[in-house]
Design a protein around this ligand. Structure first.
Ligand SMILES: N[C@@H](CCC(=O)N[C@@H](CS)C(=O)NCC(=O)O)C(=O)O
Length: 206
């Protein structure tokens, strides 16, 4: 059976768990990472992922890390073309939003998230915090503009892997105690995602 190493509180682990639920794939999830009894800094774990990060999967005797790559692998392996199309351009449009989430969006929220959610003493500079919140809102506003066009999911009328990675990111933004820009298309998108049992299950934590 597919083995998923990583704590369920991790947003990146939850992307993989949600993907498995959409596919209807049985899995065994093991709590690994800070705050659990399984350290990422052992020789055994570092052999699986030298980045000392979760998630990691073990499937058919092989190991894979990087959450978005794992989601792509699972959709591809189980031929879920609704989640990740095979045709070049439709696929690239989904992957574009996944890459944007992992690079541009993720870089925008780190300081404000550490300050406001993790309450990190090292992230309380008021100027950097204001810049961080503004940057996070600005990136979410770009997603809002896209949703004003599609009026449904990130890439159009159908749910895809892009909605898994961005849905969890939206959940983080909505629940973080920051000054939120008023973004109505994102509110409608959040309500749409709340119709999916897996989203409700994996959006309990920030
Ligand atoms: N780019 C990686 C990032 C993974 C990542 O940041 N994982 C965090 C949890 S969300 C982690 O392993 N942190 C160390 C820990 O929890 O001990 C991915 O998407 O898989």
């Amino acid at each position: 059976m597919l083995k998923i190493l990583g704590k369920a509180s991790s947003i990146n682990v939850r992307k993989v768990l949600w993907t498995c639920e959409e596919i209807g794939l049985p899995y065994q999830q093991l709590e690994y990472g800070s705050g659990t009894s399984n350290s990422l800094h052992t020789e055994d774990f570092l052999r699986l992922n030298p980045n000392a990060m979760v998630p990691v999967i073990e499937d058919d005797g092989q190991t894979l890390w990087e959450s978005n790559s794992i989601c792509r692998y699972l959709a591809n392996k189980h031929q879920r073309q609704d989640l990740l199309p095979i045709a070049a351009m439709p696929r690239a449009q989904i992957e574009k939003w996944m890459d944007w989430q992992a690079t541009e969006l993720n870089n925008s929220w780190r300081y404000a998230f550490m300050a406001r959610v993790r309450l990190s003493a090292a992230h309380q500079d008021p100027v950097l915090l204001a810049q961080g919140e503004a940057s996070w809102n600005q990136h979410m506003s770009l997603l809002d503009q896209q949703l004003q066009v599609t009026k449904a999911y990130v890439n159009g009328d159908t749910f895809s892997l892009a909605d898994i990675v961005l849905g969890l990111s939206l959940n983080r933004w909505k629940k973080a105690p920051i000054q939120h820009a008023p973004l109505e298309a994102l509110d409608a998108y959040f309500a749409l995602l709340c119709r999916q049992p897996a989203f409700l299950k994996f959006s309990v934590v920030v």
